[in-house]
Design a protein around this ligand. Structure first.
Ligand SMILES: Nc1ncnc2c1ncn2[C@@H]1O[C@H](COP(=O)(O)OP(=O)(O)O)[C@@H](O)[C@H]1O
Ligand SMILES: [Mg+2]
Length: 271
């Protein structure tokens, strides 16, 4: 038995827009282990969001397949929950109603619904804000509601697409630490997309670096730093630089092929 929760087998995704064909992903292979916190980074437009949408079955791969517990995925299911960068809350619903929403969809009875929603609202530190509307909350608080809503359906896998990308640095640092605590308590498998290498190294058991479009896995970094990790430590900086230099190489490679320049010329230009 493998301990893979998710497996992407030669996954490719083709988009067609106004007659243009774009391979967002091409032959991507990746395993996410049970209980793992997997962080994904890569150049902008390399297909990170596409990959998460495929894992959530919001879209289907054009080629290849994705397995969950060894079974091929076809449709969205409550065992996978997604958290997006832009707070996808219902503005006309209170915090409580937003968190209860997914449970209603699953036909969870009212008493249990209420109980579970309140539990997760408390877990994300929003006790007392149950009756607030999204517009009355800060960005960080809205993202906590989105997280509570995702957790309330008790998913096995949390798919997070740059969830802290629009928050200020302080709120972001705070929520990163909170998310790790919740991950440890709730034993979820998390796939976390970010464009911040620091965030990826802080959070991930492993960090996956993707190539430029069409996205594939370029390199996988095991992060052996003990938690809680100190972003200022030399060990942390070393790992971060290693990933950064690999990312830089990838970006330079793309520029050099697009503009027919060689790497030396580019290095001169950006020096
Ligand atoms: N629905 C869509 N229709 C057409 N092209 C798309 C669609 N979604 C994404 N793409 C294209 O696929 C590529 C990957 O996009 P995306 O997954 O959003 O990248 P990332 O999240 O890494 O920035 C981009 O070139 C993007 O323009
Ligand atoms: Mg994206």
């Amino acid at each position: 038995m493998s301990n893979n929760k998710l497996e992407c087998l030669s996954v490719s995704k083709l988009y067609e827009k106004n007659g243009n064909k774009i391979w967002a992903l091409k032959n991507l292979n990746l395993e996410v282990k049970e209980g793992e916190f997997l962080a994904i980074v890569g150049p902008s437009g390399c297909g990170k969001s596409t990959l998460l949408k495929l894992m959530a079955s919001l879209e289907r791969p054009t080629e290849g397949k994705i397995l969950l517990d060894g079974k091929e995925l076809r449709d969205p299911g409550p065992e996978r929950a997604m958290v997006f960068q832009y707070f996808s809350l219902f503005p006309w619903c209170t915090v409580l109603e937003n968190v209860e929403f997914g449970l209603k969809m699953l036909n969870v009875e009212e008493d249990e619904r209420r109980e579970r929603a309140l539990h997760y609202i408390k877990l994300v530190g929003l006790e007392g804000f149950e009756d607030y509307y999204p517009r009355q909350l800060s960005g960080g608080m809205k993202q906590r509601v989105a997280l509570a809503r995702a957790l309330a359906v008790n998913p096995e896998v949390l798919l997070m697409d740059e969830p802290f990308g629009s928050l200020d640095a302080q709120t972001r640092n705070f929520l990163q630490a909170e998310l790790l605590k919740i991950w440890e308590e709730e034993k979820k498998t998390i796939v976390f997309v970010t464009h911040s290498i620091i965030e990826a190294v802080y959070l991930g058991d492993r960090v996956v670096l993707m190539t430029s479009r069409p996205g594939r896995v370029k390199e996988v970094f095991e992060i052996d730093i003990e938690r809680p990790r100190d972003k200022g430590s030399s060990e942390f900086s070393r790992v971060r630089s290693e990933i950064l230099s690999s990312l830089k190489k990838e970006v330079l490679k793309t520029i050099s092929s697009e503009y027919s320049l060689d790497l030396k010329e580019i290095a001169e230009m950006i020096r």
